[in-house]
Design a protein around this ligand. Structure first.
Ligand SMILES: NC(=O)c1ccc[n+]([C@@H]2O[C@H](COP(=O)([O-])OP(=O)(O)OC[C@H]3O[C@@H](n4cnc5c(N)ncnc54)[C@H](OP(=O)(O)O)[C@@H]3O)[C@@H](O)[C@H]2O)c1
Length: 288
């Protein structure tokens, strides 16, 4: 039986990137739908669950993507609510690459130090990628500072993570990073820094990075110049700068692509998986 992946994209055009990865992950047929919303998705899900029966349902799966991560999350909720009993197919949500990128960043850091008890900082931890990186670091037992130019946004993000994160009791601290003094305080004592700022924005200047004597791993997810962490090149992959192991966005991107493809293949193992942040991270763990 052929493997069918149903791509539900919240953007006006389905992502070419996600389509290419689906082909590279050996999907036999890719059905792509654009502009999908919670209001319009039900018939598409019915088409997936009412056609093949029994164990053959595992040969149909759903990928939720698009540039708007909140829209993707809302769509995932509606898709899962539309399933009932055994009438379901496996589904993954990776809008804007948020889950695969965060998983790859945290797994890259984990190669170089034990995260349990480590002090970590996620700069611009309020965005979809940063929030997920903070979630995964905390789940690994790290003490996580969530940085933002706005303390209020950092507090909101920590509150959201506390509502969703497992296990309870994770150490999360919101930090303002708008001024140099705030940024210094946020990074002081950190062993891991992940910069998850918007494209083309420098978050951590080189002199401040070099002054962080406790720092062991620095990861910059921004691929657009200037770098998010000054001095890290976009292709750096476990490259040492000033005694710190550094990764740039493309350096993390190789693992991100592996996770994306492995997650798509995993979908076809059964018809009842919901792959969001923790599930995608678990797949990444099996690859490193
Ligand atoms: N390597 C890969 O494969 C890959 C895949 C996906 C994404 N990415 C990259 O990962 C990074 C994070 O993605 P995302 O979608 O989470 O990013 P995003 O939502 O565009 O931005 C993340 C955060 O950056 C901060 N920010 C925005 N504009 C800023 C500015 N002018 N100055 C300082 N801070 C600013 C904001 O935090 P506050 O307002 O709270 O400060 C925002 O919440 C991006 O650079 C993206 O391109 C890489």
């Amino acid at each position: 039986m052929k493997k069918i992946l149903i791509q539900l994209d919240t953007d006006p055009q389905p992502s070419v990137f996600d389509r290419v990865v689906a082909v590279d992950a050996d999907v036999d047929q890719l059905f792509s739908y654009a502009g999908v919303t919670p209001e319009t998705v039900e018939p598409l899900v019915h088409g997936a669950i009412f056609t093949r029966g029994g164990k053959d349902l595992a040969q149909t799966a759903i990928f939720i993507g698009g540039s708007n991560v909140s829209a993707g999350e809302a769509l995932l909720k509606k898709v899962v609510r539309t399933f009932f009993g055994p009438m379901r197919v496996s589904v993954i949500m990776d809008s804007n690459g948020s889950n695969t990128t965060a998983a790859a960043a945290v797994l890259s850091a984990r190669k170089h130090l034990s995260l349990a008890g480590a002090q970590a900082v996620v700069l611009a931890g309020t965005g979809p990628v940063g929030l997920r990186a903070a979630q995964l670091l905390a789940a690994e037992g790290a003490r996580v500072r969530v940085g933002s130019r706005s303390l209020e946004r950092a507090v909101q993000t920590c509150d959201e993570l506390r509502r969703t994160i497992t296990p309870a009791g994770a150490e999360l601290a919101p930090c303002a990073t708008a001024t140099r003094a705030e940024l210094e305080a946020a990074c002081r004592g950190a062993q891991v820094v992940i910069a998850a700022g918007a494209a083309g924005v420098e978050l951590l200047p080189a002199d401040l990075r070099k002054s962080l004597s406790s720092l062991k791993v620095a990861i910059d997810l921004n691929a657009v110049p200037p770098a998010g962490i000054a001095g890290i090149a976009v292709f750096d992959k476990a490259v040492e700068h000033d005694g710190v192991v550094c990764y740039g966005a493309v350096g993390v991107g190789g693992l991100k692509m592996k996770i994306h493809k492995a997650a798509l293949r995993k979908l076809f193992e059964s018809n009842d998986q919901v792959l969001d942040t923790p599930g995608i991270y678990k797949i990444g763990e099996s690859l490193v």
